[in-house]
Design a protein around this ligand. Structure first.
Ligand code: C2G
Length: 129
């Protein structure tokens, strides 16, 4: 069984996220999403989520491409996650191009093109108008 992992906040879930998850799943048989906790988002990514972790987790778990959701609590857990879950492929959007190449010692690393014109920030901006 080929296992894939990806990481993210996935706040205000939108079709760009779904396109990423769909393509990530296509690279294997089992997709794990490491979902940024509220604390990690606030302390390390300066992101204040609209939906708290439990709701973002529930939304992700309802997606057909997602097999397991685990917490992302820090920047340093990726290598141990890849080892613990015996991951074959790590997938991220290409806004992270190159940033996680250190994982190439442990698994395949794939950066996929982001879906243009949509982002959680853009949604918030548009709704604020
Ligand atoms: N994404 C995408 N297209 C968009 C928006 C997002 O492909 N229009 C992808 C991102 O590239 C990322 C995933 O969807 O791979 C989740 O996006 P975010 O929730 O914004 O994730 P981010 O805050 O970048 O967190 O350790 C890694 C971080 O947790 C990534």
């Amino acid at each position: 069984m080929k296992k894939v992992i990806t990481y993210g906040t996935f706040d205000l879930l939108h079709y760009g996220h779904i396109q990423l998850l769909k393509r990530a799943k296509e690279r294997g048989d089992y997709l794990i999403v490491a979902l940024s906790t509220d604390e990690f988002n606030w302390n390390s990514k300066q992101k204040k989520c609209y939906f708290p972790y439990e709701q973002r987790k529930m939304l992700l778990e309802s997606i057909r491409y997602v097999d397991l959701v685990i917490p992302e609590e820090n920047w340093e857990q990726k290598i141990s996650d890849v080892k613990e879950f015996k991951i074959d492929t790590f997938v991220m959007g290409d806004d992270w191009e190159g940033k996680f190449d250190f994982l190439k010692d442990y698994c395949e690393v794939v950066y996929l093109p982001r879906t243009p014109e949509i982002s959680t920030t853009q949604i918030k901006t548009d709704l604020g108008k």
